[in-house]
Ligand binder design. Structure first.
Ligand SMILES: Cc1cc2nc3c(=O)[nH]c(=O)nc-3n(C[C@H](O)[C@H](O)[C@H](O)COP(=O)(O)O)c2cc1C
Length: 353
């Protein structure tokens, strides 16, 4: 059985190890979704991960649900990612961009002309989100037309192409955490009566259309996808998650994707249920330690394991795992604040000893 430190093949890429950096929103971009120069330093510091997956990045102006999140749909945004991919590659690292559309979780504050957000159906999420004017309640979204759905599928494909132009090794579709793709999958958000709603087959249609469009644009071997079955976040209620993912995963086998990434946020044994259904590379994540990650590899429940918060505070996490060195504690108060504090100033081992 492989260890954390064994290489693994991902499509045409060879990853140095099986320790993956999770996609994490850090809200350092400007209002135009352009990354400042110091973002390259943050990712460069973490380039010893087998693979970095970037923070979720907006595919279009209507995708934006969080303050200071980056985009990948304007020339200036694309340019601002180039120093990031160059810096990671200069250290021999590999980097995928995570792309998303937040659907009903977007607040009008973030959208062009302060319009209503869009979603599979006009169902408001309970809860609120942070803006420059403080917390604001989610609003009732407008139901997408079929023409708009086709347009968004095209936006995902264009975003994937733009990411490759910015130098990324591939793109991860965010189909987790209650954003647009998972809103289509979920019974309490998707009340549609057309071919995008109702049966599991219909609810999964948007997911497959997006994955196919992205694969056509950049090659399936450069496309990954993240799921978070039954995650209690953004007012999701995935009542038939067992049947849903049991339907989806075997259908991904023929797609030739780079990997699938599953976050088990419920402790219901999702990797035990889902790993056997998928024949390709399987990343497992959420709340892992070095030991629990090693155990997942040893039990054949993952091919590589994903760490989030630990990578925020430990830029050299693989080295620390290798040496069984102590980990820096994360400072939650700077997870989403602008500027370099709590971002590029966590010490590496050689600096802290
Ligand atoms: C600050 C922060 C931002 C996050 N942003 C994203 C994101 O943009 N996309 C995503 O898929 N998950 C996001 N997550 C979830 C992580 O990718 C990961 O699944 C989660 O943190 C669990 O892993 P961990 O316990 O190792 O941190 C975020 C988590 C944190 C802590």
């Amino acid at each position: 059985m492989p260890t954390l430190f064994e290489p693994i093949r991902l499509g045409n890429l060879e990853l140095d190890n099986r320790i993956i950096m999770a996609p994490m929103t850090r809200s350092r971009a400007d209002d135009a979704g352009v990354q400042p120069a110091f973002v390259a330093e943050y990712y460069r510091q973490r380039a010893s991960a087998g693979l970095i997956i970037t923070e979720a990045t907006n595919i279009s102006p209507m995708a934006k649900g969080y303050i200071r999140t980056p985009g990948i749909y304007t020339a200036e945004q694309i340019e601002s990612w180039r120093p990031v991919t160059d810096a990671v590659h200069a250290r021999g690292g590999k980097i995928f961009m995570q792309v998303f559309h937040t659907g009903r979780i977007a607040l009008p504050d973030f959208l062009p002309g302060n319009v209503q957000p869009v979603a599979p159906s006009a169902v408001r999420a309970k809860g609120s989100n942070y803006t420059d004017q403080g917390m604001k309640e989610f609003v009732t979204p407008r139901e997408l037309t079929q023409a708009e759905i086709a347009e968004i599928v095209g936006d995902f494909a264009a975003a994937a192409g733009n990411a490759i132009r910015a130098g990324f090794d591939g793109v991860e579709l965010h189909a987790a955490s209650g954003y647009l793709v998972q809103q289509f999958l979920t019974t309490n958000v998707n009340l549609r009566t057309d071919e995008y709603g109702g049966s599991i087959e219909n609810r999964a249609r948007f997911l497959f259309e997006v994955l196919d469009a992205m694969s056509d644009a950049i090659g399936a071997e450069r496309v990954g996808v993240k799921f978070s079955p039954r995650m209690k976040f953004n007012d999701l209620e995935e009542l038939d998650a067992d049947q849903l993912y049991t339907y989806i995963l075997p259908r991904l086998n023929e797609k030739g994707l780079a990997y699938i990434h599953v976050g088990d946020f419920t402790g219901e044994g999702w990797h035990e249920k889902l790993r056997p259904l998928y024949e390709g590379v399987y990343f497992a994540g959420a709340s892992l330690t070095k030991e629990s990650g090693e155990e997942l590899l040893a039990r054949g429940l993952a091919d590589a394991v994903v760490y989030g918060v630990k990578f925020i505070s430990n830029p050299d996490l693989p080295e620390r795992f290798k040496r069984n060195a102590p980990l820096n504690e994360p400072d939650q108060s700077t997870f989403y604040t602008p500027g370099e504090r709590g971002y590029t100033d966590y010490p590496a081992l050689t600096q802290s000893v």
